[in-house]
Ligand binder design. Structure first.
Ligand SMILES: [Zn+2]
Length: 377
């Protein structure tokens, strides 16, 4: 399947070229030239897919996450973005509507990866505007506490009672984000790291901690002084002391991990769970086959546009971050958000805004290798 970046480049080259040709024609025949330019702009502005916007943490202080600056959005920025969605002609639909093809050119869906405790803060905003959303929990990261806790943006993850309560609300769904959200070694080449900090390699350190990891940030890091090259544990054959894992062993490990994740979340929610959101937005045909063997039927990590008005079982998503232009006032955040939404839908006229914003942001922030930081635009 051709990915949406390639399709966008082709559309940009084709209709950008037509627009330039139209401008050249203006000198000879103004009306014909302007008509050609207009047609090219209309073609560039076409919405061709249903955007799915991915959030993670919504917090005023995400410092406990080594990749916090890359994935967290401040509550006031999130509130302004949702206000825009509610007041605009966009229509936020449940994720299942995208799977079922019950969508039109104004549809958009909202995802929250990792099931951070601060989803409770986001949920308040979503309820205010009656906007549906899906939350993805990794089973090793479900907090062991019992009962609902105060709504705040404290560090950590939702507990089972909170996940069940959100899933029971008509606006929200909770679905599966795998088991351990880990990365594994894929080569013997290592680089030194600070063994006393969790750091950007934390998802690799998680692979060394079996079982419950929900309070990892409150514990001492495992004291690893070198980190190897890594890849998502669900797609890569791991390098261990015993050597490189065989493809068969990898597939068996992935199927088992996803089966355990599905079983655990099904028990928490009291309903079958069949929707898997791939950690790091990474998948391969092998991993997909393992996930189907584990009982999943609906997925993320697609690379195409989500078809408008047509069924699909693999969703493609767009990662939303804060300080989208490197900083500045809230109105600037909303401006870039609007442009990102249009570009995510396929309207390329807004590309200059998102490209400039991305450049300004890159000047201020380095891209960390945190969970899902590689999610495509
Ligand atoms: Zn994640």
């Amino acid at each position: 399947m051709v990915d949406r970046r390639t399709i966008r480049k082709r559309r940009l080259a084709l209709w950008g070229g037509v627009a330039l040709a139209g401008l050249a024609v203006v000198a000879l025949s103004p009306w014909a030239g302007l008509a050609i330019v207009a047609i090219a702009l209309i073609m560039l502005a076409q919405r061709r897919g249903v955007p799915i916007l991915v959030y993670h943490s919504v917090s005023s202080d995400p410092g406990w996450l080594p990749w916090g600056h890359n994935i967290s959005v401040r509550p006031e920025v999130f509130a302004a973005q949702m206000e825009h969605l509610a007041a605009s002609r966009w229509r936020v639909v449940p994720t299942q509507a995208v799977f079922l093809g019950e969508t039109d050119h104004r549809s958009v869906a909202l995802h929250f990866d990792d099931a951070y405790r601060d989803f409770a803060v986001a949920a308040g905003v979503l309820r205010k505007h009656a906007l549906p959303a899906t939350v993805f929990a990794s089973s090793d990261f479900i907090d062991p506490s019992i009962g609902p806790r105060p709504v705040d943006d404290a560090p950590g993850y939702l507990n089972a009672d909170e996940l069940r309560a959100f899933d029971a609300e008509p606006l929200f769904n909770v679905d599966c984000h795998g088991q351990d959200h880990a990365r594994v070694a894929v080569s013997d080449r290592t680089t030194p790291r600070d063994p006393n900090r969790w750091g950007p390699e934390t998802a690799y350190l998680w692979s060394l901690l079996p079982g419950d990891k929900s309070r990892w940030f409150e514990t001492e890091p495992p004291g690893v002084a070198h980190v190897p090259e890594t890849e998502s544990a669900l797609i890569a054959a791991a390098v261990t002391d015993a050597g490189l894992e065989s493809d068969k062993a990898r597939d068996a490990r992935v199927t088992q991990s996803l089966t355990e994740a599905r079983t655990a979340l099904t028990a928490v929610l009291g309903r079958p769970v069949t929707f898997l959101c791939w950690p790091f937005d990474r998948v391969t045909p092998h991993a997909l086959a393992s996930a189907r063997a584990a009982g999943f039927t609906q997925f993320t990590a697609g690379r195409a546009d989500n078809p408008i008005g047509k069924r699909t079982d693999i969703l493609s998503r767009t990662h939303i971050n804060d300080r989208a232009a490197g900083g500045g006032p809230i109105w600037l955040e909303v401006l870039v958000f609007r442009a990102r939404l249009e570009v995510a839908a396929g309207n390329l006229l807004f590309l200059p805004v998102t490209a400039l914003a991305a450049r300004l942001r890159a000047r201020r922030f380095s891209i960390l290798h945190g969970p899902d930081a590689g999610a495509t635009a």
